[in-house]
Design a binder for this molecule. Structure first.
Ligand code: BGC
Length: 359
């Protein structure tokens, strides 16, 4: 079982993520109406092409970002990667908890055995013709104390960018999954600029994803500051609204999560309008800044009723695709998954909600 408690600390203090300061509250008017933080820029065509190349993707989650791969009941296999390709996905997002496998300061050297395992998985993806995003996931020390521990992130990217510089352009980097906590917008904007500079010292041409503070929420795009003139960047957002629907019964989503059980998503006009509002903000951001947006995570947990999950998943996917935004579903083979690795079964309706029309 997934014993992730990463959101718990926030959620225990703040029972509904949506209803408190971490959600789209009064401070978080849609960016469409707040252009103050946005620097108009020339459209970065190569970044838009690279974002389009990501197409329809899936997170190979709950494996390499567990404390140790297998701790959460799933290990990635060669056959799984082949299946991802065969189902019709174009890309994979590979969440990785590097921080569990880094040595002491000042080098914070990534343990060779773990790095080799990540290489193996990402090379399987590339061999299958899947683009692959490798991220830094659950790096809690940086979230807790960015001032003291930001150097851990820089040391990590110094190693990764040197390691992967010769991989094909279908390998993408994502600087950090879901900044939150003490890694607030101000701290994050500073640290991300340093991380990008570190990456560019080794690997100037790589496409790099970077998302806003507060869990990569769309509403926080207006607070994201990227180095002026920086190119080949793709802006990553995550979407799990309504949170009471997508995270009902999730043991890492705080003490109220069980009381949300039974929340349906019917596809009513109001529910669909909420999707339009969110993704209009994302598309508007891309238009104004000249930078593409990618939806790096969205999904509804298996404790929600299946028909609602299928409806919501299709609606989100259609909402983003109609705006030219590529995406990666959360996730392949665990609690949100479209595939059950124990029985070998595909959850057909969920897979169809994501992949219909795929060649
Ligand atoms: C986290 C996962 C979690 C998912 C949905 C991801 O960003 O890394 O552990 O299951 O969001 O809550």
């Amino acid at each position: 079982m997934n014993t992730v408690i990463w959101r718990c600390a926030v959620l225990l203090l703040c029972p509904s993520l949506v209803g408190c300061g971490d959600g789209p509250g009064s401070d978080d008017v849609p960016a469409e109406r707040d252009e103050s933080a946005v620097v108009p820029a020339e459209r970065d065509e190569s970044a838009f092409a690279a974002a389009a190349r990501l197409g329809r993707g899936v997170n190979l989650g709950n494996a390499l970002e567990a404390p140790r791969e297998g701790d959460w009941g799933y290990r990635i296999t060669r056959a799984d990667v082949r299946l991802v390709k065969r189902l019709g996905f174009d890309s994979v997002r590979l969440p990785v908890r590097w921080s569990s496998h880094m040595g002491p300061p000042p080098e914070y050297a990534v343990r060779p055995g773990f790095a080799a395992r990540v290489d193996e998985v990402l090379d399987w993806c590339l061999e299958e013709g899947l683009a692959v995003i490798v991220d830094d996931h659950h790096h809690e020390a940086v979230v807790d104390d960015p001032e003291d521990n930001g150097r851990r992130l820089l040391a990590l990217w110094d190693q990764l960018a040197a390691r992967y510089v010769d991989r094909p352009p279908e390998l993408y980097y994502e600087v950090f999954n879901e900044p939150h906590g003490a890694l607030d917008a101000e701290a994050w904007n500073g640290l991300l600029a340093e991380a990008l500079a570190t990456i560019r010292r080794h690997d100037p041409d790589r496409f790099v994803l970077v998302g806003p503070a507060r869990w990569n929420m769309i509403w926080m795009l207006k607070r994201l500051e990227l180095p002026v003139g920086a190119r080949r960047l793709i802006v990553s957002v995550h979407y799990y609204e309504p949170f009471e629907f997508t995270h009902q019964g999730a043991d890492w989503a705080g003490r109220d999560a069980d009381s949300w059980l039974g929340t349906a998503w019917t596809g009513s006009r109001e529910e669909r309008a909420a999707l339009d509002v969110a993704f209009d903000v994302a598309a508007g951001y891309a238009r104004r800044t000249g930078r593409p947006v990618h939806l790096g995570e969205f999904g509804a947990y298996s404790k929600a009723d299946y028909a609602s999950r299928v409806r919501w998943t299709r609606a989100v996917r259609e909402a983003v695709e109609s705006r030219g935004i590529s995406w990666a579903y959360w996730e392949f083979a665990s609690g949100f998954g479209i595939y059950d690795p124990e029985t070998g079964e595909i959850r057909d309706e969920l897979a169809a909600a994501l992949l219909e029309g795929a060649p």
